[in-house]
Unconditional design. Structure first.
Length: 276
């Protein structure tokens, strides 16, 4: 993907959800990070979706302190394999300063790659783990809103802070998550006019102090980018486009939204200042 410069000068951005352990980044990660930095994306949180991916994310963060941080968790697709050994390993990783959140964890009833009872059990255990470790939650929910809410509400006042990663729903679901104190993670989904109508309605009332932005790369290449790149692999350098489109539906300037998302990410995950 050629280097893409933002249309206007924007403050530094933090990509809070980048799947940089994906095999598509194996051969050119330094170039990917360099392109991102030229577009203002100088700090990123690398998503852990399995025990192996969480370990790889932590190793990436150790290799690039001040640029990369990690999450550690088990995605609902892999929940069937969640056991005591997995939990012990996650608990150890969550003690590491560079691991800033438990997850990606949650429920996915859309694809059901793991049985739903296994998903619910693994999710509840990871929420408990986050509460015990003092880490934020990096949350996934698809077609499972009520069960997802029920598990989070069981924690009551012990529920950690967190982010509803790659939020794609409408105003009602967003209000439920805001009531729990969660942040809302916005991806390139908002750039797709074919399927983002509910999301666009929701963000019109999204409080500025609860918004985060992420690419979920290599997925969700913003459809609004012109010209569309030949490669369908999304990269962190596209984050300014997510901010631009999001700001238009929040009826704010991209600069204001960018500053808020960076401030929110720093506070939620306890990120140190990035490189100059």
């Amino acid at each position: 993907m050629p280097a893409r410069q933002p249309e206007a000068e924007v403050p530094e951005l933090i990509d809070v959800g980048a799947n940089l352990t994906h095999e598509s980044f194996r051969d050119d990660l330094p170039d990917v990070l360099e392109r991102a930095a030229r577009c203002g994306v100088r700090r990123l949180v690398v998503t852990g979706t399995t025990l192996a991916a969480s370990r790889a994310a932590l190793e990436m963060a150790r290799a690039r302190p001040g640029v990369l941080w990690a999450t550690a968790g088990v995605h609902p697709h892999a929940a069937a394999g969640y056991d005591d050994t997995t939990e012990d390993a996650l608990r150890t990783m969550l003690r590491q300063p560079l691991v800033v959140a438990a997850g990606e964890c949650g429920l996915d009833y859309n694809r059901d790659y793991s049985p739903r009872n296994a998903q619910r059990a693994a999710f509840a255990r990871q929420v408990e783990l986050a509460a015990a470790s003092g880490r934020a939650l990096f949350l996934h929910q698809r077609d499972a809103h009520q069960d997802f809410l029920a598990i989070l509400r069981e924690q009551g006042s012990r529920l950690p802070a967190g982010v509803a990663h790659c939020f794609t729903n409408g105003p009602k679901e967003m209000a439920d998550y805001l009531d729990l104190g969660l942040h809302i993670g916005i991806t390139g989904w908002i750039c797709d006019e074919r399927r983002s109508s509910e999301l666009r309605r929701a963000v019109a009332s999204l409080p500025l102090d609860r918004v985060l932005v992420e690419t979920d790369c290599p997925y969700l290449l913003p459809r609004s980018i012109r010209p569309q790149p030949r490669s369908r692999r999304n990269e962190p350098e596209t984050l300014p486009e997510v901010v631009r489109v999001l700001a238009s539906f929040m009826n704010m300037s991209p600069e204001v939204v960018a500053e808020a998302t960076t401030r929110n990410a720093q506070a939620l995950f306890g990120l140190s200042a990035g490189p100059c």
